[in-house]
Ligand binder design. Structure first.
Ligand SMILES: Cc1cc2nc3c(=O)[nH]c(=O)nc-3n(C[C@H](O)[C@H](O)[C@H](O)COP(=O)(O)O)c2cc1C
Length: 217
């Protein structure tokens, strides 16, 4: 697994949302390919169905991808929102080294349901769960190598956005909806606007009957 020798505990804590990222990478393209392949390979899936997919995009192709999404997404925005989002697309997402785009393969899902009809009602939730695990592994592995990333969902704001992304990436027809786009790169200074200079606040965890974690020893 392409994960640094940082401990798992340190790596999950190091993973934060970084919006001010540079076009630098601490890993070579080959190492990044391995990282994404490992995230997809080792993520558990229901009945080992292995329906998650990913595209690794870097360099000029990364800029072209975000430009294509921007051209499509503009149509969803109100006039006054355009400059705000344009700034995010031009100066944040496309300023990074690359993006990992996560998909579920509908053809693989359909084939799986055909063999296991019992899962037809649950599979939709299960593939999302599994896909989220793959996203988390990739994001955390990148963080363990000193990289920052932010998770975007522009492929889900209507079919035109999804089509623009799919066409730009040239994915197979079964890869229908880009579920998440993880824009990444070496972070600009942690104090740079958009980066997690301050610890985030957490709601109470193990806290009697009102916390997020209940205990029944
Ligand atoms: C399912 C999911 C969806 C998210 N969607 C977005 C998103 O569309 N845009 C974004 O900037 N961040 C998105 N995030 C990132 C969260 O806002 C972020 O993880 C959270 O505020 C905690 O901050 P941290 O990542 O620094 O720990 C998403 C995170 C998750 C898990």
């Amino acid at each position: 697994m392409t994960i640094s020798n940082m401990s798992f505990a340190d790596a999950i804590e190091a993973r934060r949302s970084y919006y001010n990222i540079t076009n630098e990478s601490t890993l070579t393209n080959e190492q990044l390919e391995q990282l994404v392949a490992d995230a997809i390979k080792y993520t558990p899936s229901s009945f080992n169905s292995q329906t998650s997919r990913a595209v690794l995009v870097t360099g000029e192709k990364n800029k072209a991808l975000w430009n294509a999404v921007w051209e499509a997404h503009k149509a969803n925005l109100k006039e006054e929102e355009i400059p705000v989002y344009e700034d995010k697309f031009k100066n944040s997402y496309s300023a990074g080294y690359g993006t990992i785009v996560f998909y579920e393969d509908q053809d693989a899902i359909d084939g799986f349901v055909k063999n296991f009809p019992i899962v037809q009602w649950t599979i939709k939730d299960w593939v999302q769960t599994s896909n989220g695990m793959a996203q988390f592994i990739a994001w955390t592995a990148l963080a363990s190598h000193g990289m920052g990333g932010n998770l975007q969902h522009y492929g889900q704001f209507g079919p035109a956005n999804a089509e623009a992304i799919n066409k730009n990436l040239g994915v197979p027809s079964g890869w229908k909806i880009p579920l998440a786009m993880l824009a990444f790169g070496v972070p600009a200074d942690i104090n740079a606007p958009g980066n997690p200079a301050f610890p985030k606040t957490f709601q109470p965890l193990v806290d009697g009957e009102t916390g997020r974690v209940l205990v029944r020893h």
